[in-house]
Design a protein around this ligand. Structure first.
Ligand SMILES: [Zn+2]
Ligand SMILES: [Zn+2]
Length: 253
């Protein structure tokens, strides 16, 4: 399976609009981060996890001409706001399958009422096929996906495990039971927001403690704020086999 990091930034991305922080002014392309999302590709299948406000740019940059579906981690705007831009796919290929827990689907129906309207539906609206998922395994294409429930402040959201790869974003805490699903990983992707603690996201130290506990072979950090520091500096400070992800990075799992 090939994983492409489409975006690795926190909710406002990097640079933040109008921000004069040194990381926001950095000339290093690895310090430019769109909102967090990945593309998973295997055989003829192509799925994205989350569909934030940068989705259109991400599909263009990664040269994606079709997708088989979108998996959502949670309803926050930085993970859902680009849903209208699945139109080029639904116009060409028909209903795009969406996978999310019930609370997320309910929220999407409020945010994007015109997409889900049954009466007087606007002809140009994206067309989707809803799949309500629970905290148990399901299939996309020929692969089994295992949701991993993590705590993002007060809300419970999903990360996903596929084979020996797991993608967790926006976590602050993971229960002992759910941590069991993250054993024996080849690659873990986990969020690490910044140096200082944050009420709803792991900071760098908390992420590193979790990695030390779970012991994946390799870990990539994502959902990064400008307040974590420069890519080049932070990369040098990380333990062996822990890396900062960056936009456009591809890995094979
Ligand atoms: Zn987020
Ligand atoms: Zn969030």
């Amino acid at each position: 399976m090939k994983i492409t990091f489409l975006g690795t930034g926190t909710s406002q991305g990097i640079p933040v609009i109008g921000c004069t922080h040194e990381v926001c002014l950095s000339g290093d392309p690895k310090d430019k981060r769109l909102r967090s999302s990945i593309l998973m590709e295997w055989d003829d299948y192509r799925y994205v996890i989350d569909c934030g406000p940068d989705f259109r740019q991400q599909m263009l940059s990664a040269n994606v001409a079709n997708i088989n579906g979108v998996l959502f981690t949670h309803f926050h705007a930085d993970h859902t706001a680009g849903l209208d831009d699945i139109r080029p796919f639904s116009q060409r290929f028909g209903h795009i399958p969406l996978y999310a827990q019930e609370s997320v689907i309910k929220n999407l129906k409020e945010r994007f009422d015109y997409i889900f309207a049954t009466n007087n539906r606007y002809v140009g609206a994206p067309s989707v096929q809803l799949n309500t998922i629970e905290n148990k395994s399901f299939y996309i294409g020929n692969k089994q996906i295992l949701p991993v429930e993590v705590e993002h402040g007060k809300i419970k959201i999903f990360g996903y495990r596929v084979d020996r790869f797991a993608y967790i974003t926006d976590a602050k805490r993971i229960s002992t039971t759910e941590k069991e699903k993250l054993q024996d990983l080849e690659v873990l992707v986990i969020n690490a927001l910044r140096i200082e603690p944050h009420p709803t996201h792991l900071n760098l130290q908390e992420a590193l403690e979790l990695i030390a506990e779970l012991k994946p072979k390799k870990t990539y950090l994502t959902h990064i704020s400008h307040r974590l520091g420069f890519y080049a500096d932070v990369s040098k400070s990380l333990p062996e086999d822990v890396f900062l992800a960056y936009d456009g990075l591809t890995i094979e799992v």
